[in-house]
Design a protein around this ligand. Structure first.
Ligand code: AMP
Ligand code: DBH
Length: 538
């Protein structure tokens, strides 16, 4: 990618309307922290183990780090890949980048060399911020490879033992005195869960992101007394913004970081830090249900579950077992977020994935021919609104398919709208496996499988899984002659340097794959043949 950082923007008539309605205020994420720090300087913003950073301290550190990053040669508009575990440095770094006007590109801790190389290539990023080791992995190894493969990557900043790279601690420099960015500038970049061979980049502006953050904090009733347990990866859209880290800070509340989301650790943190809310994916919620409970969880006001479908039965069990309100969250990095509301009737909380944040989220549910379906009938969800992107970055061809001519994003989710306006997610039309909230693009893993010299054809489909909701199954047509087994296939994919969750959970060898009339692999038919469910468009 070139240095240009152009992303599809909202047409001016929409932008003007979103400003006029007070959604887009011109405030930046850096400006938001400054404002909150002035009003509650001595309250704790972030807790990480024994560390308690106040708003005044976080604000000052962000300024000094921005100065240090500038001294390293980073400028406004530069992209910086951030791959940090849930620690206080994550929050410091992102606000330093916001202040500098540099753009964090969020990688997840599970990403490995294959994903990271792709992220650098398509984002044009020239710096990388990592922890030395976390979760049993040495991230400096990825950094070494990235630096040798991509000459543009000039700086690697390491929290912890830096090896040959730049130590994070030396970055606290003289405060950077740059003017604030404009609200319409890009604030951050995340990656789409993807259904294409490689994920696409999503640029979010300060205006649109902060609107979703502010509105989410309001929907969740956040106040300076709110304490958020950040248990899912901090760089994910759910954790960052729904209302997550940024929403909590926007309300003057406190974020408690943990790198261990297990029930045992989370429960003791909830008791010790008097946590008032947390966000989980369904599989983690299930693990919490089964974890031993000796701690006092009475501070917990509500628990958010999202990222993958939560069944009504599980929802009911969660609510009664944890003794707090449940909130279902259905969102996407591209924008739209739906919540069941606190105080909603239990029927809605258990059976729906909520309703959109904004009355100006325009939701269309359509059949195969893009015609609207009646309420109660499942169809593909299309959406347009004040915080839903109008296109991926540098992806003109893909955008023509992923967005309608009038700017609606095609979510690839099969959804029914009830007459009360609440949405029920019924399935998916995109070629993706949602493995406990972690999204796997079928095409991406198929590409890795096909790289094996003895694999002739391959298809990835979802299969039901008690814990994860869905697991991935690889159907492989192997070259005749010689032995090829499942373990070899899995080891091969792992050896390609991909995130562990993408390694197929099951591998099945078949003689041939079913094809559609145009000769593409018919994943729906495969799922049907092998006992999975296939959501069909009406
Ligand atoms: P991502 O592309 O990683 O941002 O993931 C967004 C996708 O996750 C959505 O388009 C849905 O397919 C799925 N998703 C998120 N939340 C839920 C939910 N509560 N129920 C079902 N699917 C969900
Ligand atoms: O899965 C998601 O991407 C997601 C889930 C809940 C999301 O992006 C969000 C809330 O904001």
């Amino acid at each position: 990618m070139s240095d240009a950082f152009e992303f599809p923007r909202w047409p001016e008539s929409f932008a003007a309307a979103y400003r006029a309605k007070g959604y887009w205020t011109g405030e930046t994420l850096g400006g938001m922290l400054r404002r909150v720090a002035r009003s509650v300087p001595d309250r704790v913003a972030v807790t990480d183990g024994p560390v308690n950073l106040t708003y005044a301290e976080l604000d000052a550190r962000a300024d000094r780090l921005a100065g240090g990053l500038a001294a390293l040669g980073l400028s406004p508009g530069d992209r910086v890949v951030v791959q940090l575990p849930n620690t206080v440095q994550f929050v410091e770094v992102i606000f330093a980048l916001f202040r500098l006007g540099a753009i964090p590109v969020f990688a997840l801790p599970s990403d490995r060399i294959s994903e990271i190389t792709h992220i650098f290539q398509i984002s044009g990023a020239k710096a990388y911020v990592i922890r030395d080791r976390a979760l049993g992995f040495d991230y400096r190894k990825i950094a070494e490879e990235v630096v040798s493969r991509i000459p543009r990557v000039e700086r690697v900043i390491v929290v912890g033992d830096p090896g040959a790279f730049v130590p994070f601690e030396t970055l606290y420099g003289r405060p950077d005195e740059r003017p604030e960015r404009a609200g319409s500038d890009p604030a951050l970049v995340t990656l789409s869960g993807g259904s294409t061979a490689l994920p696409k980049l999503i640029a979010r502006t300060h205006d649109d992101y902060l609107y979703s953050v502010r509105a989410s904090a309001e929907i969740c009733g956040l106040t300076p007394e709110s304490v958020y347990l950040c248990a899912l990866p901090a760089g994910h859209n759910f954790t960052l913004s729904s209302p997550g880290i940024l929403g909590t800070l926007c309300a003057g509340g406190r974020v408690v970081m943990t790198t261990d989301p297990s029930g045992a650790t989370a429960f003791s943190l909830i008791e010790r830090e008097k946590v008032t809310f947390a966000a989980l994916v369904p599989s983690l919620a299930l693990a919490w249900l089964h974890a031993e409970r000796t701690c006092d969880l009475s501070s917990l006001r509500f628990l958010q579950v999202g990222g993958a479908k939560l069944g009504a039965e599980m929802a009911a069990r969660l609510e009664s077992s944890l003794g707090c309100q449940l909130q279902q969250v259905y969102g996407m990095s591209e924008g739209l977020v739906c919540y069941t509301r606190l105080g909603d009737l239990s029927e809605r909380v258990l059976n729906t994935q909520g309703r959109p944040i904004s009355v100006d989220d325009e939701v269309r549910i359509v059949d195969k021919d893009d015609q609207p379906v009646p309420d109660g009938t499942p169809g593909e969800l299309l959406v347009r609104g004040p915080y839903t992107i109008r296109g991926y970055l540098n992806a003109e061809e893909h955008n023509a398919r992923a967005f309608t001519a009038d700017g609606f994003y095609r979510t690839g989710d099969i959804v029914a709208r009830r007459d009360d306006g609440y949405l029920v997610v019924a399935g998916r039309s995109k070629d993706q496996v949602n493995r406990g909230g972690e999204k796997i693009a079928a095409e991406e893993v198929e590409g890795h499988l096909l790289a094996h010299p003895r694999v002739r054809e391959a298809a990835i489909v979802s299969i039901p899984d008690v814990y994860l909701g869905e697991a991935s199954c690889a159907f492989v047509v192997a070259d005749p002659g010689g032995e090829l087994n499942a373990a070899q296939i899995r080891a091969f994919v792992r050896g390609r340097g991909v995130a562990a969750y993408k390694v197929p959970d099951q591998v099945r060898f078949v003689q041939s794959l079913p094809k559609t009339t145009v000769g593409k692999i018919d994943r729906k038919e495969l799922r049907k043949q092998h006992g999975g469910s296939a959501a069909a468009l009406p």
